[in-house]
Ligand binder design. Structure first.
Ligand code: CP
Length: 305
């Protein structure tokens, strides 16, 4: 399998075998069976939107393997502020860097970036569309905690309309014959296009409004933040902002192997009382961003195969 110079834009671009290969590469790096070096390589880190985990874990991944990082962390800090296009920005950064990581509010922006350069481009989130590296670390976390990816019951809870992590994750789970429980308010339901996608793959799913209807049936509960910044109308956000809060009192009859995950940041979707329970996995999940992003950097730079 050869990932050298491959772009990581949408999880849909990857076969099941390719996804498994990325996860196995991450495992080899985490267990130190593989000790790759990125010495001499430079990562361009172009964040047009805020980030804590994705930005810092990519930087940490690169630097821990001996590589270096250049970039900016807001549109205001770049010449985008003066009207420069994504295309022209990438034409410049490809001169300065060996691999380009981009987060941008516009859906499809990472694809536009990838088309502007032969250097590998990694999508760190494009609007409400996709967040493939988050999905890979989510899958890595699921495999690590459940021992398998196949045949699990997975609940996706919260903002299913605007949450890009959910959109990427359900596409990836479609390879593994999981049953999916969607839990949201009517206004934040999963878009029909994703339901059609699951139906085309014969994946069984159901939609719910109350997490207590399904919490005792699932192996993974994946909670998401209500994506305030993507609402066209603040009044609509106000109506749903407290719709779902997972509390420790809901966990008395859950499966022993249940893990509660969340891409983070959390606002109020998971009560802090859950943090101390054996079901909480969200902070450990975020730590999996390091080996998974190290694997992606090594594979796309051709340092590992
Ligand atoms: N999970 C995630 O994308 O977090 P950040 O927005 O902090 O990068």
């Amino acid at each position: 399998m050869n990932f050298k110079n491959k772009d990581i834009i949408s999880i849909k671009d990857f076969s099941k075998e390719e996804i498994i290969h990325i996860l196995e590469t991450a495992k080899k790096i985490e267990s130190r069976k593989a000790k790759p070096s990125l010495r001499g390589k430079i990562m361009g880190s172009l964040f047009f939107e805020p980030s804590t985990r994705t930005k810092l874990s990519f930087e940490s991944a690169m630097k821990r393997l001996g590589g270096r990082v250049i970039g900016f962390d807001s549109a205001e800090a770049s010449s985008a502020k003066k009207g420069e296009t994504i295309h022209d920005t990438i034409k410049m950064v490809e001169i300065y860097a060996d691999v380009i990581v981009i987060r941008h509010p516009l859906e499809g922006s990472a694809r536009v970036a990838a088309e502007a350069t032969e250097k590998p481009v990694i999508n760190a989130g494009d609007g409400a569309n996709q967040h493939p590296t988050q999905t890979l670390l989510d899958l890595y976390s699921i495999k690590k905690t459940q021992g398998r990816l196949t045949g699990l019951n997975v609940a996706l809870v919260g903002d299913l309309k605007y949450g890009r992590t959910v959109h990427s994750l359900l596409m990836a789970l479609s390879h593994f014959n999981c049953r999916i429980f969607f839990v949201s308010t009517e206004s934040l339901r999963i878009p029909k296009t994703y339901l059609d996608f699951l139906a085309s793959k014969n994946i069984s799913y159901s939609e719910h409004e109350n997490p207590e209807e399904i919490i005792d049936k699932v192996d993974v509960l994946y909670a998401t933040r209500i994506q305030r910044e993507r609402f066209p109308d603040e009044a609509e956000y106000e109506k749903v902002k407290n719709a779902y809060v997972i509390k420790s009192s809901m966990l008395s009859n859950v499966r022993k192997n249940l893990k509660i995950m969340h891409p983070l940041p959390r606002v109020n979707e998971i009560d802090m009382s859950v943090d101390k329970t054996p079901y909480a996995y969200y902070f450990k999940q975020a730590a999996m961003g390091i080996p998974v992003r190290q694997a992606l950097l090594c594979l796309t730079l051709g340092v590992l195969k």
